[in-house]
Design a protein around this ligand. Structure first.
Ligand code: ADP
Ligand code: AMP
Length: 217
């Protein structure tokens, strides 16, 4: 299956993507994680991306699309993938459609994770991410690690993302509403959108997402 996850920052896209990818046996492709890996490896792309990310802005389309394309063309993504955080504006959605069309492929579903703004702000404020792998995500009160500051999965150090500061979060929410939300209508016109309530326990949200994917098949 080829799935796109959309939703405001903090809605739980990464958390759900990890679980859905495991159940569906497809790779979880997060452009945010790819940028963070580039930042920690101090690549040129990482240096460029960091300035945009720290300000809460989108990284320019040209480099983002090239990076996402390169990842989707890896052998493990041949049978499908779950995109988390890409596309993030209509131009990226159009570029993805073109890319899939040249390979004679289509998206199967777009899952729109809905959560109220005050909830996503609380989630982001308490988010802690593993230094070794930013797919290992915790929350200081909602989903705390067994030992404070230590990743349950690999023992890595947990840290607070630079762009999870209160000021940057406000900017990211504004960018979400103005630039990313329009892709929901874009995909609605293709009949691909399933809206999922992203509130409540993590397991419950996963169950709703899997139900919606079953209905779409
Ligand atoms: P996104 O990828 O959409 O930005 P994350 O998956 O990183 O969001 O989740 C944001 C924060 O909220 C994390 O700290 C995560 O542990 C927490 N979280 C995710 N889903 C839930 C949930 N259903 N209930 C409570 N907290 C959650
Ligand atoms: P995320 O990990 O999805 O919350 O993304 C963190 C940051 O990475 C965003 O605020 C953007 O600055 C950048 N980013 C991630 N994905 C994209 C994308 N598809 N287009 C542009 N910028 C992105």
């Amino acid at each position: 299956m080829r799935i796109v996850l959309v939703g405001p920052p903090g809605a739980g896209k990464g958390t759900q993507a990890t679980r859905l990818a495991e159940t569906l046996h497809i790779p979880h492709i997060s452009t945010g994680d790819l940028f963070r890996a580039n930042i920690s490896q101090q690549t040129e792309l990482g240096k460029l991306a960091k300035s945009y990310m720290d300000a809460g802005n989108l990284v320019p389309d040209e480099v983002t699309i090239a990076m996402a394309k390169d990842r989707m063309e890896q052998p493990d993504a041949e049978g499908g993938f779950l995109l988390d955080g890409f596309p993030r504006n209509v131009s990226q959605a159009e570029a993805l459609d073109e890319l899939l069309e040249t390979e004679d492929m289509k998206l199967d579903a777009v899952l729109d994770l809905e959560a109220p703004e005050d909830e996503v702000v609380k989630r982001i404020a308490g988010r802690r991410v593993c230094r070794n792998d930013s797919a290992h995500v915790f929350h200081v009160t909602y989903t705390p690690p067994k030992q404070e500051g230590v990743c349950d999965v690999c023992g890595g150090e947990l840290y607070q993302r630079d762009d999870d500061s209160e000021e940057t979060v406000r900017k990211r929410l504004e960018v979400y509403h103005t630039q990313t939300e329009p892709i929901i209508d874009y995909y609605k016109s293709q009949g691909l959108v399933a809206t999922i309530a992203a509130t409540g326990p993590v397991d419950e949200v996963t169950r709703r997402a899997l139900e919606a994917l079953k209905r779409d098949q």
